[in-house]
Design a protein. Structure first.
Length: 276
């Protein structure tokens, strides 16, 4: 966000872009409940959690919020995969980088043994509990998913070695119904399903985003209602439209965005009829 835009609208940041600081994000009550269940339950015992929803429903935002909160817990080490690998060799290499473990990804069982022993030593000595956040989980290869199940299995140790939070679209729950992945699906203990947002939820999102960015009157109430009515229940559509309006308002040096700006930006002008 440039200085001109910040000065014109009295903003600390652009509230409608992906790079909004975590403290500027809106946390819905359902997301708050899910994060609390992870913080107070799952990370103490290990295992799997799952966030599902279609693109733009808030999965990645939920992971960002959860990551920040978990990173504030002293005895946790949090790693994140935003584009998970499709093969075991790359998977182990990424895990080694995330958790600072020297792995030899060409040797599956050797890599697993080194990783497990490394984590065991941390838990026994420093009591470090590893947590892995995985976005776009629907892209993961079944072999890698089964490897994750092995890494969290208590067959190898009295403690679960890893807590994993998946985020994926509707294809991921379908994938977990495969015969070879049923053991993994049955181990998911905490779930959050993100569905289409209501008009009220979208309006509240806009309210909170602009308030936390420093200007609670950036938009009129009428514009927030209009945007929410046309966002088809999708947070990404909502913020994309809002970002476009903010850009137009900057060009026009309009200090408060209203419905007339929406009409200018998104209403198709009537076609010019040819003269006969």
């Amino acid at each position: 966000m440039d200085r001109r835009q910040m000065a014109l609208f009295s903003l600390k940041w652009n509230p409608f872009i992906n790079e909004v600081p975590t403290e500027g994000l809106f946390i819905s009550p359902r997301t708050e409940l899910f994060c609390s269940r992870i913080e107070r339950g799952l990370i103490l015992e290990g295992g799997f959690a799952l966030i599902t929803g279609e693109p733009g429903s808030g999965k990645s935002v939920t992971l960002r919020i959860l990551a920040q909160r978990l990173q504030s817990i002293p005895d946790l080490k949090v790693g994140a995969l935003s584009h998970p690998s499709s093969n075991l060799a790359d998977f182990y290499r990424e895990m080694g980088d995330l958790f600072e473990v020297e792995l030899r990804p060409h040797n599956r069982w050797g890599g697993f043994k080194v990783l497990r022993e490394r984590w065991q030593s941390h838990m026994e000595g420093a009591l470090v509990r590893p947590v892995l956040l995985i976005d776009e989980a629907q892209e993961m290869h079944p072999q890698v998913l089964n490897e994750l199940r092995l890494l969290t299995s208590k067959e190898f140790d009295s403690r679960t070695l890893l807590t994993i939070i998946f985020a994926g679209d509707g294809r991921f729950p379908e994938k977990l119904r495969r015969d070879d992945l049923l053991p993994l699906g049955s181990r998911i203990r905490t779930r959050l399903t993100l569905e289409h947002a209501s008009r009220e939820e979208l309006v509240e999102t806009l309210n909170q985003l602009q308030k936390r960015a420093g200007n609670p009157s950036l938009m009129t109430a009428g514009l927030m209602q209009t945007l929410s009515d046309h966002a088809i229940g999708n947070y990404r559509v909502l913020t994309t439209m809002a970002a476009e309006l903010l850009h137009l308002a900057t060009e026009k040096e309009v200090v408060q965005m209203d419905e007339s700006l929406y009409l200018e930006a998104f209403t198709t002008p009537p076609a010019i009829q040819p003269i006969r």
